[in-house]
Design a protein around this ligand. Structure first.
Ligand code: PBG
Length: 328
C-alpha cells in the first residue's frame, strides 16, 4: 500500500495489557498517599459524615483501629483534623497542649512511631465564627492570626507531629511558623504549605465533616480566586522563599493546569489535595450506579500525578491501597 510511512501506528503500543503496562508513563503507589482523618471529642463516637459516605468522625478511643488499618495497608502518612464543640473567638483549642489534635498525635505516634503524622495548622475548626484567623471589624486580622498559628504549629510539633501543614492562607504564615519551630527546637520538622489554596465550593462536604463553615461572609479575602493562574505562582514563590518544604495545590481536579505549572516552576515536592467535594461527587454517582467507581477514581488520581503531583492527600487513599494490592 502506498500510504506506507504516511501515518503513524500509535496503536502498536496499545496492543495488549502487557504492552500498555510496559509503556505506561504514570503510576500510582500506595506511598504517594496521605489519608485525612477527622478526630472528634467524646467516647465511642463513630459518625459517618452524611455528605462523605465511608468517611467518619472518630473519637480518640476508636482512632487507633482505623489508623492500624491504614498502616497495615502500607499508607505512610495521615493528616488530622479536629472536631470540637467548645469553640471561642480565637480558636484556643488549636494551640492547647491538650487539644484534640495534640492528643491524637501523641496517641498515634506512641503506637505507630514511624507513621508520619501531618498536622493541619489552622484555626477554623476551633473558632466560634468559623474563620481561619482572628476577626476584627468583620475581617480576618492577618498579623494577629500569625502569632496564634505559630503557637499552634509549635504545640503540634511538641505533641510529635512529623510535618506541619498550615492551611489558613494568611500572608507570611510560612516564615512565622518556620521561625517559631526553629526557636522551639524543631528545626528538623518540615512545613507542607497549602501554598495554592483556592476559595472553592469543592470544600463544602469538609465543612460538614469538620464543622468549620464560616458563620458570616466567606473566605475570599484570604483564599484565592479560582480564575487566577499567575497569582498561584506568586503564592508558591513566596512560600518557597519563606522556607516551605512541600507545596500543596488545592483543590486538585479543577486545577490540574495550576498543578503542572507549580511542578514546572519549583523544585519542591508538590502535593495535590483531592478535596472533599471531589470525593462526594464520585460517591454520589457511584451510589446511583452511574459510574464505575474504581475505574473513575484511579483515572482521576492518575491525572493528578500526570499533572505533576508527587503526593496526593485523598479520602480514597485506603480504597486505592486495596485496589493496588489486588492488582499485585
Ligand atoms: C481548613 C481546611 C479546609 C480544608 C482543609 N483544611 C477547609 C476550608 O478551607 O474551608 C478542605 C479540605 C477538603 O475539602 O477536603 N482551613
Amino acid at each position: 500500500m502506498s500510504q506506507l510511512n504516511t501515518f503513524k501506528r500509535h496503536r502498536r503500543l496499545r496492543s495488549s495489557a502487557f504492552m500498555r503496562s510496559l509503556v505506561r508513563e504514570t503510576h500510582l503507589r500506595t506511598e504517594d498517599f496521605i489519608f485525612p482523618m477527622f478526630v472528634i471529642e467524646g467516647e465511642n463516637v463513630k459518625n459517618e459524615v452524611p455528605s462523605m459516605p465511608g468517611v467518619y468522625q472518630l473519637s480518640l478511643d476508636l482512632l487507633l483501629d482505623e489508623v492500624r488499618e491504614v498502616y497495615e495497608l502500607g499508607i505512610k502518612s495521615v493528616i488530622f483534623f479536629g472536631v470540637i464543640s467548645d469553640k471561642d473567638e480565637i480558636g484556643s483549642e488549636a494551640f492547647s497542649d491538650n487539644g484534640i489534635i495534640q492528643e491524637a498525635t501523641r496517641l498515634v505516634k506512641k503506637e505507630f512511631p514511624d507513621l508520619l503524622v501531618v498536622a493541619d495548622t489552622c484555626l477554623c475548626e476551633y473558632t466560634s465564627h468559623g474563620h481561619c484567623g482572628v476577626i476584627h471589624n468583620h475581617d480576618v486580622d492577618n498579623d494577629e492570626s500569625l502569632e496564634l498559628l505559630a503557637k499552634t504549629a509549635v504545640s503540634q510539633a511538641a505533641a510529635g507531629a512529623d510535618i506541619i501543614a498550615p492551611s489558613n492562607m494568611m500572608d507570611g504564615f510560612v516564615s512565622v511558623i518556620r521561625e517559631a519551630l526553629d526557636e522551639a527546637g524543631y528545626s528538623n520538622i518540615p512545613i507542607m504549605s497549602y501554598a495554592v489554596k483556592y476559595a472553592s465550593a469543592f470544600y463544602g462536604p469538609f465543612r460538614d465533616a469538620a464543622d468549620s463553615t464560616p458563620q458570616f461572609g466567606d473566605r475570599k479575602t484570604y483564599q484565592m480566586d479560582p480564575a487566577n493562574r499567575l497569582e498561584a505562582l506568586r503564592e508558591a514563590e513566596s512560600d518557597v522563599a519563606e522556607g516551605a518544604d512541600f507545596l500543596i495545590v488545592k483543590p486538585a481536579l479543577s486545577y490540574l493546569d495550576v498543578l503542572r505549572e507549580v511542578r514546572d516552576n519549583f523544585n519542591l515536592p508538590v502535593v495535590a489535595y483531592n478535596v472533599s467535594g471531589e470525593y462526594s461527587m464520585v460517591k454520589a454517582a457511584a451510589q446511583n450506579g452511574w459510574i464505575d467507581e474504581k475505574a473513575l477514581v484511579l483515572e482521576k488520581l492518575t491525572s493528578m500525578k500526570r499533572a505533576g503531583a508527587d503526593l496526593i492527600i485523598s479520602y480514597f487513599a485506603k480504597d486505592v491501597a486495596k485496589w493496588l494490592k489486588e492488582n499485585e
